[in-house]
Design a protein around this ligand. Structure first.
Ligand SMILES: [Zn+2]
Ligand SMILES: [Zn+2]
Length: 159
């Protein structure tokens, strides 16, 4: 991945820049993501929270119920309400929504997850890992991303 990844909301109040490449890129086909986006799937760039530099605006957290009873914190532009990133119970990691990048085509999913609820008219590329539900980070993430993950876990004291 080359160059900087920048993006923002629809009205321009929120602008962000990723200061490094993401840890991993998910394409999630779960029903929560379909409902939240009103689309067939979501593209999430997983990256350390401190590598998401806010250039403008202050995205506001909104806790959204998920089917399993938990809540997902989604950060939205306070004005146009477009969701720019979310958090899944781990504040050190952001899930940046790929569609809010200035150039969404700059990223390609590293993995497709929750394909059990994938819409049937969508055919996935055969050369990208795909899982009915989830997957094992330790076997799929590149070593550099696992090192970064270990740094996050060490910060938390998770070991
Ligand atoms: Zn906005
Ligand atoms: Zn999902």
């Amino acid at each position: 991945m080359s160059g900087s990844l920048e993006g923002g909301c629809s009205c321009g109040m929120v602008r962000y820049r990723l200061t490094s490449e993401p840890l991993f890129v998910h394409c999630c086909h779960c029903l929560n993501c379909q409902r939240q986006t009103g689309s067939a799937f979501v593209i999430n760039l997983l990256i350390e929270t401190d590598r998401v530099e806010l250039l403008a605006g202050e995205p506001q957290p909104v806790d959204v119920p998920r089917d399993d009873g938990s809540a997902q914190r989604i950060f939205r532009c306070p004005s146009c309400q477009v969701a720019v990133f979310s958090e899944y119970g781990r504040p050190e990691v952001r899930f940046v929504r790929g569609g809010t990048l200035d150039e969404p085509s700059a990223v390609t999913p590293d993995v497709h997850i929750f394909t059990r609820s994938k819409v049937p008219w969508l055919t996935l590329p055969g050369d990208t890992a795909a899982f009915d539900v989830y997957y094992d980070l330790r076997t799929l993430w590149p070593p550099a991303s696992l090192e970064r993950l270990d740094a996050i876990l060490a910060l938390r004291g998770d070991g």
